[in-house]
Write a protein that binds this ligand. Sequence first.
Ligand SMILES: [Zn+2]
Length: 77
Amino acid sequence: MKYLLVLLVVGVGLFMLIGRNRGASRGNRRDPARPAPGPASMLECAHCGVHLPRDEAVLDAAGRGFCTDAHRIAGPR
Ligand SMILES: [Zn+2]
């Protein structure tokens, strides 16, 4: 019974160690060439003010961003 408890503790310790290593390697696997998505890639709709990713925005001739084509036609508020 004593050995079973020791085995259980060692097993749980190993499990936690493996889990921690797996999490660390997953964090390091990120591609450094790819830019991090952050506040810089977000854009505010000039009509309604909703925030959306820059690559999903609809831009008008002046370069202002809009969430939809309808808001681009409606113009900035
Ligand atoms: Zn909008």
